[in-house]
Write a protein that binds this ligand. Structure first.
Ligand code: FO1
Length: 322
């Protein structure tokens, strides 16, 4: 079984590829919930919805969030009566938020609702929130703390970041599907998808039992760099890295994860970083990590799994010869 840690668009793309390469019993996709917030009385779960919509082939690929073929009557009507419209909610997307909020208020777990939505969208692979309890990402800036969506959408990622906090992380429990996967002993590798290390992956790793598994289970961890050619494919990762004193590069990503990763997957444009990353004691897989087509998503997933299986065979051989 592969445990994939995923955030927004990049994470959803590789998750899609992994669903083509693995059967539902051999994959579990743990999704970041740090972006989640309450807005207009609705519980919004952006990264869960990006993964659901991407795997359900109904994602809006221009915006990177919400649904395709969207209409905006709700937003127009809300604006006309002076409602908040800085956070755009499409008419189709609105159904997800209204129904999720109703079911949460009826006492259902986010995991249960997510699994039911996935089923209704024709998705067979398990998509699970990292944790069922709210664990909001707080963005620290020189002018004070911001909630994630205030920073990301209302302020368009303009403020300088000085750090991040994940509310309630210390007491957070992984969703039960993740705990069961840990107990099963069946996880053969963890794939950290090409998502923002600070606001998509770090919130997942902030759940104590998840970081405990990552640090102590001995399970190989493969990180796919979200930085290609010094840039993030999408989003503020490169800007955040600079503000936190790191050069935005695949090498900096390797540094960021060097305590937990065995392998870093970098794009062919970054192949010059192979030796410096190997000098950190990490293995490097160089391949095409840009995923625009379904074929590219599937190819990257296949490359990663082939590498992981070859690596685990080598490790087993080494154990045998010792
Ligand atoms: N991102 C924006 O930049 N502007 C928006 O108006 C916006 C609306 C929105 C609605 C639903 C949803 O699930 C996501 C939405 N996002 C929007 C993206 C959101 O800010 C996420 O946190 C990002 O996906 C970052 O991962």
């Amino acid at each position: 079984m592969i445990l994939a840690l995923a955030g927004g668009v990049g994470g959803a793309k590789l998750a899609f590829g992994l669903t083509k390469a693995l059967s539902p019993e051999d994959l579990i996709i743990a999704v970041n919930t740090g972006d989640d917030f309450d807005h207009l009385g609705l519980r919004i779960c952006p990264d869960i919805d990006t993964v659901l919509y991407t795997l359900g082939k109904m994602a809006n690929t221009e915006t990177g969030w919400g649904q395709a073929n969207e209409t905006w009557n709700f937003m127009e009507a809300l604006k006309a009566i002076g409602g908040e419209t800085w956070f755009q909610l499409g008419d189709r997307d609105l159904a997800t938020h209204v129904e999720r909020t109703r079911r949460l208020q009826a006492g259902e777990l986010l995991s249960v609702i997510t699994a039911d939505f996935a089923d209704r969208f024709g998705i067979n692979h398990p998509i699970v929130p990292a944790t069922d309890e709210p664990m909001p990402t707080i963005v620290n800036t020189p002018d004070g703390d911001l909630s994630f969506q205030d920073y990301f959408v209302r302020l368009q990622c303009a403020p300088t970041v000085t750090g991040f906090e994940f509310g309630g992380a210390a007491a957070a429990k992984p969703s039960s599907a993740i705990s069961k996967a840990f107990e099963s002993g069946q996880i053969e590798a963890v794939v950290i998808c090409p998502s923002n290390p600070y606001v998509s992956i770090a919130p997942i790793l902030a759940v104590p039992a998840i970081s405990d598994f990552i640090y102590n289970s001995g399970t190989p961890v493969i990180v796919v760099s979200p930085i290609v050619g010094g840039q993030a494919i999408k989003g503020p990762a490169a800007k955040m890295m600079k503000e936190l004193g790191a050069l935005p590069s695949a090498l900096s990503i390797a540094h960021h994860y060097q305590d937990i990763a065995n392998t870093v997957v970098i794009d062919t444009t970054d192949s010059d970083f192979t030796a410096p990353i190997q000098e950190l004691g990490l293995e490097v897989l160089v391949t095409n990590t840009i995923m625009n087509t379904a074929e590219e998503k599937t190819r990257l997933a296949d490359d990663i799994l082939t590498f992981a299986r070859h690596r685990s065979r080598m490790v087993k051989l080494q154990h045998k010869t010792q």
